[in-house]
Structures are given as C-alpha cells and as structure tokens.
Design a protein around this ligand. Structure first.
Ligand code: CMP
Length: 220
C-alpha cells in the first residue's frame, strides 16, 4: 500500500480533502523501523505524533524491576504519541516499541498542530479516538479489580479475536509472557489457564493463531 493510500485509510484523517491529505503527506516522514526498536520511553520529552503505516507496535509501562504492563497493541491506521504532542510540556505517558518491522509516518508537533488548528473535524476525530481508548481502559480497570485471571484472559481474547464463519480467531502472535503482561498476571499462571482451556476444548492454539471454539469461562 502506498504512503498516500495509507493516509487515506487512517480514520483520523478521514475529514481531510484530497488536497489536505496531499499537504499532510508532504510533512509526514515515512520511516521504517526494525523489530524491537524502542521508539520512545515513558518520561521522554519528545513530541512527534506517529501513524502506523504497516506493522505493529506495543504501548507499555515498565517498572523499576523490569515488570511490564502492556497497555495496547496498535496496527495499521492507528496512531500514538498524541498525548505529549498535544499538551505543551507533557512527557511521554508510556513507552512504545515495534513488535515487527514497522513503517511509521512521523509528523512533528508543529506540523500536526497546524493541520489541527485549521481542521476542527480532525480535533473531533482525535477526541473520538481518545474516548474509545478511555472506554477500553475503563474495561481493563474493571477486569483488573473485579475479575480473576480466567475472566481477564477471556475478556482479552474476545477483545483481540476476529470472528470467522463459526469461530473466533486471534491472529496476533502472543507469547504467554505477552498475555501475562496484558492481564497483570504471571507467565506461569497464564500457561496453566491456557492448558486448562485447551484440555477443556475451549481453545486450540498453533504457533500462529489461537482459535476460540466455544464461549470462554469467566471463572473456573
Ligand atoms: P504519548 O503520551 O505521547 O506517548 C505514549 C503514547 O501511548 C500516548 O501518547 C498514546 O498515544 C499511547 N497510549 C497511552 N496510553 C494508552 C492506552 N491506554 N491505550 C492505547 N494507547 C495508549
């Protein structure tokens, strides 16, 4: 997919007309990053906004002991870095790292703010995106506070799964450690739960995909 085409397919920019997209494509620098590149870390004082052209990134927070919580995985058409880009003086609220070879549009704060100030519709799209993330974050707070690990994994899987003819399939390549870091549990516990779900016929997994065969139990 060409650079212009991807800008055309990004919901954030759907309000722009052809000429404006062209102008945005002029200031957006398309860069390719290898797998496992740290794009920035929590607390950094950088301020560009990034739009994923292809590939995948993870948004995470890591504590002093190296324990990680994964806040989100973002793919083509999605954006990140707007929180520091939009609020003067704010540092990065989380770290972002590539999970595979990833192409990103990088737009400087000034260029982005200029486009925003002349396109109120885009401010609205940005707000919609932020509210959607808040909704997901609220659900995650609920899961962490009120559900056990079965429930949290069930909910995560349903968030990530795409429905096919009669099943739900998770195409995202996830290690047990990734899942643990997304649901606030340990790798050992996740392995145990996934084994029980497999033995119970709820899921089947290959190297590439996890298939959900029937409604997952929210507790055991
Ligand atoms: P910023 O604070 O500039 O840098 C980290 C980015 O991660 C942040 O902007 C958002 O784009 C993104 N981010 C932070 N929290 C979440 C979240 N809960 N879900 C998805 N993306 C997030």
């Amino acid at each position: 997919m060409g650079a212009m085409e991807r800008i055309n397919n990004t919901p954030l920019f759907e309000c722009l007309d052809e000429e404006e997209r062209e102008a945005l494509a002029q200031v957006a620098i398309l860069k390719t990053f290898p797998k496992n590149t740290i794009l920035f870390s929590e607390g950094d004082r950088t301020d560009s906004i990034y739009i994923v052209h292809s590939g995948k990134v993870k948004v995470n927070i890591i504590d002093q002991n190296g324990k990680e919580i994964i806040l989100s995985l973002l793919g083509p058409g999605e954006y990140f870095g707007e929180m520091a880009a939009l609020v003067e003086g704010e540092s990065r609220s989380a770290s972002v790292m590539t999970r595979e070879t990833t192409k990103l549009f990088v737009i400087s704060r000034n260029d982005f703010k200029e486009v925003l100030s002349s396109h109120p519709d885009m401010v609205f799209n940005l707000l919609k995106g932020s509210l959607e993330r808040l909704r997901v974050a609220n659900k995650n707070i609920e899961s962490l506070a009120l559900m056990d690990v079965y429930g949290r994994i069930a909910r995560l899987f349903m968030q990530l799964a795409k429905s096919t003819a009669d099943k739900f399939v998770i195409g995202e390549k996830l290690t047990h450690q990734d899942i643990a870091n997304m649901v606030g549990s340990s790798r050992e516990m996740v392995s145990r739960v996934l084994k029980e779900l497999t033995v119970g016929g709820y899921i089947s997994s290959s190297k590439k995909v996890i298939t959900i065969n029937k409604k997952l139990p929210y507790s055991w």
